[in-house]
Design a protein around this ligand. Structure first.
Ligand code: AHR
Length: 497
């Protein structure tokens, strides 16, 4: 099969905000306890953080990490996680029905993120709590001193404010599973008033209001329209969440899911802009795609977990090769929308639906999905270019006209480098892509990295990496054009310099 592509320096979508290469750590399963934190582990540092995990997070160049939830935040008392560890309460954590020991809290997590070279995106509880708890937390983390909460932070050993810049106004407040679920009007009012108070404490912060917890919700996109009507003046971003799964073992259909993601994003943008027009506002609300990934493998297993244990294995999806292809395409979709998506978080980062896995007391390893995230995060920095694509197409169970070729293009002016990320969704055929890179005359193929495997269900486990990339891709230059050779079912990165 053959496809064609035109790329040009002038076809600029946007500068990519580095925060789209973000991720998420929730107090859930073994993400914190046994994941990032395990005192007594051979690689643990003086604070009990696993250095082997920090090293892998740094390798991914994760720019920002959302914390502490997720569903968990909707019943969380942030005050439980500060001060002397031995005095911190054990609590029933209702979202995941476990015991939370609070041995890691706000300050420790901020320390961890610093060690991992990442910013923190902090979420406040708008389920069981509201304005007061949220404004106190901003005062505790961001106010210089001289007030009760800021002095308490100093007393806890943090003289300087943390200056957390990005804040989530609750989590998935439309979901019936959420503790303190709200109607759109209830949430819109609460989010607006909370945002107002948080900004009065620190006017430099940025705020993300909750969008629908998924495009499949019956209240989508009315939820967005109603809540934004209330929050428009006070927030900067609206959240999107989306998880896919190959539940019917229909790979062609599963790999087409980013078509749905595409229309989800378009609808949210349209709704934001409708409210903008309605309010005659000059302000544009951008998107924070702060939960996205594949999630379904562990669903059955999780039903068997007994309640009220401490850090049991939960949501421990073991990812396949085809999941990695989908993750690559989800990243492509976000790059193509980088004019509006300014923050994103792969959910999650360690052990819980994660690219990084650990064994308690043992090693850490890379899941299949680690690789597309790694390459896109490391090489996808700069300006997103709009590729013009002509590709043969297929129909799947839920989608029509699915292009076999899915791609995004990033131009890094500083490094004088053009990077083409491309997935070939064809299950049998190699795809040859003729790329007219007209404005990049004299550029050569520097590297072609390929993630391929004959078995779509191949997985990685500790000590056995079945799915890993090689850089022996066969793309070449011919009469000033790039000829991309994309093996059947493969994810590719072609770097031109
Ligand atoms: O990431 C797992 C869960 O998915 C989060 O806690 C919640 O926000 C979403 O439903």
């Amino acid at each position: 099969s053959k496809a064609k592509m035109v790329i040009d320096k002038d076809f600029v979508i946007s500068k990519i905000d580095k925060r789209i290469y973000g991720s998420f750590i929730e107090h859930l399963g073994r993400a914190v306890y046994g994941g990032i934190y395990e005192p007594g582990h051979p690689s643990a540092d003086e604070q009990g953080f696993r250095q082997d995990v920090i090293d892998l997070v740094k390798e991914l160049q994760v720019s920002i990490v959302r914390y502490p939830g997720g569903n968990m935040v909707s019943a969380y008392n942030w005050e439980d996680g500060i001060g002397p560890k031995e005095e911190r309460p054990h609590r029933l954590e209702l979202a995941w029905r476990v015991i939370e020991t609070n041995q890691v809290g706000t300050n420790e997590f901020i320390d961890w993120a610093k060690k991992a070279n990442a910013e923190v995106m902090m979420a406040v509880n708008l389920g069981t709590r509201g304005i007061d708890a949220a404004r106190n937390l901003v005062e505790y983390t961001n106010h210089a001193g001289g007030t009760a909460w800021s002095e308490l932070r100093k007393q806890h050993g943090y003289e300087k404010p943390h200056n957390i810049k990005t804040w989530c106004l609750g989590n998935e407040m439309d979901g019936p599973w959420q503790i303190g679920q709200k109607t759109a009007v209830e949430y819109g009012r609460l989010a607006a008033e909370t945002a107002k108070a948080m900004r009065l404490v620190d006017p430099t912060i940025e705020l993300v209001s909750c969008g629908s917890s998924g495009s499949g919700m019956p209240t989508f996109p009315e939820w967005e329209a109603i809540t934004l009507d209330h929050t428009y003046e006070y927030s900067d971003y609206i959240s999107l969440h989306k998880y896919y799964g190959n539940r019917n073992n229909d790979t062609a259909n599963f790999l087409a899911s980013p078509m749905e993601m595409e229309s989800f994003i378009q609808t949210v943008i349209s709704t934001c802009d409708y409210i903008k027009a309605k309010k005659r506002s000059k302000k544009t609300i951008n998107l924070s795609f702060d939960e996205w990934n594949v999630w379904f493998h562990s669903n059955e297993q999780d039903k068997k977990i007994e309640p009220w244990s401490i850090a049991p294995p939960q949501l421990e999806d073991v990812y396949t090769f085809e999941d990695a292809l989908l993750v690559g395409s989800m990243l492509n979709t976000m790059i193509r929308h980088s004019d509006r998506i300014k923050i994103a978080a792969m959910a999650q980062l360690v052990n819980v639906i994660a690219p990084i896995m650990t064994e308690n007391g043992g090693g850490a390893w890379k899941q299949t999905i680690f690789y597309p995230f790694y390459y896109t995060s490391v090489y996808g920095r700069g300006v997103a270019l709009k590729p013009l694509i002509h590709s043969p197409k297929y129909d799947s169970t839920d989608f029509t006209d699915v292009p076999y070729l899915d791609s995004s293009v990033v131009y890094n002016e500083e490094k004088d480098e053009v990077v083409i990320f491309a997935t070939n969704r064809h299950m049998e055929n190699t795809l040859q892509v003729d790329i007219d890179a007209r404005s990049f005359e004299g550029y050569e193929v520097k590297e072609h990295v390929v993630l391929q495997n004959d078995d779509p269900k191949a997985t990685n486990t500790l000590g056995k990496e079945e799915v890993k990339p090689h850089n022996k891709g066969e793309s070449y230059m011919e009469s000033g054009k790039v000829v991309g050779i994309l093996p059947k079912l493969s994810w590719n990165m072609i770097r031109l310099t």
